[in-house]
Design a protein around this ligand. Structure first.
Ligand SMILES: Cc1cc2nc3c(=O)[nH]c(=O)nc-3n(C[C@H](O)[C@H](O)[C@H](O)COP(=O)(O)OP(=O)(O)OC[C@H]3O[C@@H](n4cnc5c(N)ncnc54)[C@H](O)[C@@H]3O)c2cc1C
Ligand code: SF4
Length: 505
């Protein structure tokens, strides 16, 4: 019985890592199966060519899109999951995101929980992930039961100029809630050096608030916890309404494990793949469906004024989150990106043969934005396996009119700010739509709800059809809102963690 545990957790990202951190002190025997290894610390961590051009940290797995074309997913399989490379903007969903909201493109469904019910877990999530911010500064944010644990990350001078310019024309920009382990008033003791290679890069010095550093590694100090790396879970086997074994390939060897409780936290796409391959929890035919990932655009506003900012991801704006003066439908969210440099512009240039000096000039003058619009769940947007066990990701863009309007409005507003500096005629606003391969914000493939006919999981994120199987990653979202999903995944893992702590006794 040496391979029987109290609990097995599959995956160590935002969901699995957090759950492990919550339950590790319980003294229970916990086995963690993670397909990846530790992300290596090496100079390439902070090299744009290695990270963005050569895809050094992305899987070589190939999926298939709805047109039958190869899809090279930007998936990082490491201890800590996608949080190893994330931008660490750690937002709460808005209060109204938990209710049904009518969009120009359809309905964003209600959650079976309210913001008030999630709030205590958001507070704990912000403490666990050491989030910086100012409660109440963003007018769309719901009430906080406590302050952010760390003060906001300061804007550098050029960014403060843009912040002030937006404020002058009537906007309400706010400091981004950021998960970097930065002590700005004690730079000697600060783990984070506030560098220019954060958003999308691994942190070479382990100063990002990721699930590996903050959750998994501290949990390994508890004697009941066993982490198996390079352990790819293939399928779950059920006997009646119990998952009786977990089949994995560990360091190339087929192995089987069992536990009183099994938790899938392999990310929204891979958790659905494992369930579909296992033929489990799918009486509703909803496993893999309702896949969402946001409408995303990266936009670089390039003006004559140089932008020597090093750490740029410091403010956002939600003034169009619920619409604008002409449109009553939600448009989306705006935040700064990590500073784009010449290598990134070169890597993403659609035009061959551009002289390097042009990319250099772009890199030293751009202010870079991330624009997000909500995409809506549909049965057709889904993950599935074909007869040859190949992963398919069918996705058709939706809710696009509002997203186009958001982009148009933001360029108009940036032009107004630029005009106050007298250089509108020099400004260019370059936009890049993020393709399907950019599955960073994947959620929704195993929706939670009260009705087993229309949802996969119950309110505790336990599979309706199985007594001992839970899913604790981004899969459970009934709708995605328009802000980054990770803090909600962390908060939910803490919520389910409380339930499991009581269940395991
Ligand atoms: C470049 C980038 C920037 C981002 N920026 C932000 C941001 O600023 N803010 C934000 O909120 N979110 C951001 N995200 C998204 C964020 O990383 C995800 O929302 C979050 O990590 C999802 O958590 P998860 O637990 O659902 O899945 P993951 O974090 O992906 O964890 C899943 C884990 O399961 C493992 N796994 C997968 N399949 C198997 C298997 N078969 N067997 C065993 N293990 C398996 C994986 O290796 C991984 O460790 C970003 C993502 C990327 C890629
Ligand atoms: S800004 Fe801080 S957390 Fe981000 S990569 Fe640099 S040192 Fe690491």
């Amino acid at each position: 019985m040496s391979d029987h545990y109290d609990l097995i957790i599959i995956g160590t990202g935002a969901g699995g890592g957090t759950l492990l951190h919550r339950l590790a002190p319980s003294g229970k025997r916990i086995l963690v199966l993670e397909r990846g290894d530790y992300l290596p610390r090496e100079k390439e961590n902070w090299d744009a060519v290695s990270v963005f051009q050569k895809d050094r940290y992305h899987t070589k797995d190939v999926w298939i899109d709805k047109d039958g074309e190869d899809l090279h997913p930007q998936q990082a399989y490491y201890v800590g999951g996608q949080t190893k490379v994330y931008g660490a903007a750690l937002f709460r969903l808005r209060e109204r995101d938990f209710t049904e909201v009518r969009h120009e493109g359809g309905i964003s469904p209600a959650w079976p929980l309210t913001y008030a019910e999630m709030e205590p877990y958001y507070q704990r999530a912000e403490e666990l992930f050491e989030v910086h911010g100012v409660a109440g500064e963003d007018p769309t944010e719901g009430p906080h039961s406590g302050p952010y644990p760390f003060p906001p990350v300061s804007n550098e001078p050029r960014i403060q100029e843009v912040f002030d310019g937006l404020t002058r024309i009537g906007h309400k920009p706010f400091h981004l809630p950021m998960g970097v382990r930065l002590l700005e008033n004690d730079r000697v003791a600060s783990p984070c050096i506030k560098c220019n290679t954060c958003d999308g890069y691994p942190c070479m010095i382990h100063a990002k608030s990721d699930a590996d550093i903050l959750c998994v590694r501290p949990s390994l100090a508890h004697p009941g916890v066993t982490l198996l790396r390079n352990a790819l879970v293939r399928r779950l086997i059920a006997t009646g309404t119990q998952v009786s074994s977990v089949e994995a390939i560990v360091e190339g060897e087929h192995r089987s494990f069992s536990a009183d409780v099994v938790v899938l936290a392999a990310g929204a796409i891979n958790s659905a793949v494992i369930l579909l391959r296992s033929g489990l929890a799918n009486g509703s035919d909803q496993v893999g469906r309702n896949f969402m990932k946001h409408n995303n655009v990266a936009m670089s506003a390039i003006s004559k004024v140089p932008n020597p900012t090093i750490f740029q991801k410091t403010f956002g704006c939600n003034d169009y989150y619920w619409g604008d003066e002409d449109v009553a439908y939600p448009l989306g969210h705006l935040q700064l990106l990590g500073k784009a440099n010449a290598d990134q512009f070169s890597a993403e240039s659609p035009v061959p043969g551009v002289p390097p000096a042009i990319f250099q000039a772009m890199g030293t003058h751009s202010v870079d934005w991330w624009l997000t619009g909500e995409d809506l769940p549909t049965a057709e947007n889904r993950v599935f396996l074909d007869a040859d066990d190949r992963v398919h990701l069918d996705y058709t863009d939706g809710n696009r009119v509002s997203f186009a309007r958001l982009q148009h409005r933001w360029v108009e507003e940036l032009r107004k700010v630029d005009a106050t500096f007298g250089f509108t005629s020099y400004a260019a606003y370059l936009r890049k739509e993020i393709p399907l391969a950019g599955v960073a914000h994947q959620v929704g493939t195993c929706v939670f709800g009260e009705d087993p006919a229309s949802s996969v999981l119950d309110l505790d994120c336990k599979a309706h059809e199985l007594d001992n199987l839970y899913v604790v990653d981004g899969s459970f979202f009934p709708s995605i809102g328009a802000i980054n999903p990770s803090l909600t995944i962390v908060a939910n893992a803490l919520r389910v963690g409380d339930h499991l702590a009581a269940r395991l006794g």
